[in-house]
Design a protein around this ligand. Structure first.
Ligand code: SF4
Ligand code: SF4
Length: 382
């Protein structure tokens, strides 16, 4: 990552393959990415493949963008057989789970069309994070750990827990399978979770981050929000700067994005300041609808020394919580992803034991039929 790396933006009104290839080429030229790519490199592309969703649902990185990046890499001498598409989505990380996700998200067809590999090695490698603030070692999926060049291809979404799903949050998918809920359990406070994600970002260190914001998601993302037409691709060598640009563009205050706060705390981002955006200007679009959880996050407004005192009051009166709505099919995906093990499927329906819930919203994220809602305290709806 280069200090002061600019963020590039290009218009792309839809997922038309030639237009997407042109936009990615323009970003490579604008940001000088040629100097990062050398023939013979083993390249791993890390899209957001959160779950089994079709590309038009705007939950996962669109395959047309992944194909456009593959074409740009091939033009620069990277052989198709040296390119791997890899991610560890929510839930299990194995061949059976991934084959369904590759097919649904369009990655299987994209890989076949371009002759590149879909990751089928589900082992991981331990990577030390010597300069880490909270997490000094990570298990990292092998293709991300061993790549000469990691290209992070995220999707622009608002996110119930981390405010923003952009460049840094996308790297959480470098941690294998059901190890991910452990990290929610270890770092239940948003600020610490953000610090852990920044430690992970510094460890896997993507060389290039590209954000698919052609069709984004607003509201209760990363999986239950609404599709929003944006028509842009963003890119940078620096995922923190890219996320700062995304937060400003979506209207998310930085105080709601723990990864940005953690990056500032570590000196990876200046405390304040405009992002050097090249390729703009940005179009005027209506502000993003924020997740319901955003309205209830008061912790950032309470001085640090008073937080302990106010915590019980905040948790009792101002905290959003998950609830199981009508239509639960008893699949158990929520229980599988709950780091607090506070969900059980009883008589074919999920039940949450509320007192142990740490409000990570993984259950909400992983429910395939969107029946887990987020209930704000009635005081906040007044
Ligand atoms: S019930 Fe949902 S929000 Fe609560 S700890 Fe479990 S996964 Fe997280
Ligand atoms: S709430 Fe959703 S994820 Fe949980 S068991 Fe029911 S359908 Fe499955």
């Amino acid at each position: 990552m280069t200090a002061d790396a600019p963020v590039g933006v290009k218009r792309l009104p839809g997922y038309q393959p030639d237009a997407a290839a042109e936009a990615v080429e323009a970003l490579f030229a604008l940001l000088g990415f040629d100097r990062l790519v050398r023939p013979g490199m083993k390249v791993t592309l890390k899209p957001n493949l959160l779950m089994k969703r079709r590309p038009e649902e705007a939950t996962t990185t669109h395959p047309v963008i992944v194909q456009a990046v593959i074409r740009a890499l091939k033009k620069r001498g990277i052989a198709a057989e040296d390119i791997t598409i890899a991610d560890s989505p929510g839930g299990l990380y194995n061949r059976a789970a991934l084959s369904g996700i590759y097919a649904a998200t369009g990655m299987e067809a994209a890989a076949r069309a371009e002759g590149v590999r879909l990751n089928d090695d589900f082992t991981s490698v331990e990577r030390e994070a010597p300069a880490a603030r909270v997490s000094h070692i990570f298990p990292v999926i092998r293709p991300a750990a061993e790549a000469d060049l990691l290209v992070n291809i995220c999707k622009l979404k608002t996110h119930c827990m981390t405010g923003l799903s952009g460049g840094v949050k996308n790297l959480f998918g470098c941690i294998p399978g059901l190890t991910k809920p452990d990290y929610h359990w270890r770092y239940p406070e948003k600020a610490d979770f953000g610090r852990m994600l920044v430690d992970l970002c510094e460890t896997v260190s993507p060389a290039i981050t590209i954000c698919d914001a052609v069709e984004a998601m607003e509201g209760d993302g990363p999986s239950s929000g609404r599709k929003k037409q944006v028509g842009l691709l963003f890119a940078s060598e620096d995922p923190h700067r890219l996320d700062r640009a995304l937060a400003a563009f979506t209207g998310l205050p930085e105080s709601r994005v723990p990864t940005l706060q953690a990056a500032v705390e570590r000196g990876l981002l200046p405390e304040k300041g405009r992002v050097g955006l090249v390729g703009g200007p940005l179009p005027e679009i209506p502000p993003f609808i924020l997740p319901k959880t955003a309205a209830s996050d008061f912790s950032s407004h309470v001085p640090g020394f008073l937080r302990g005192l106010f915590k019980p009051v905040v948790e009792r009166w101002f905290t959003a919580r998950p609830y199981i709505g009508k239509g639960c099919v008893g699949c158990g995906k929520c229980a599988e992803s709950c780091p607090a093990h506070t969900i059980a499927v009883v008589n074919g329906r999920a039940v949450i034991e509320k007192s142990r819930c740490i409000r990570c919203f993984c259950c909400h994220e992983m429910c395939p039929v969107h029946v887990i809602g987020i209930r704000q305290n009635p005081l906040l709806r007044l």
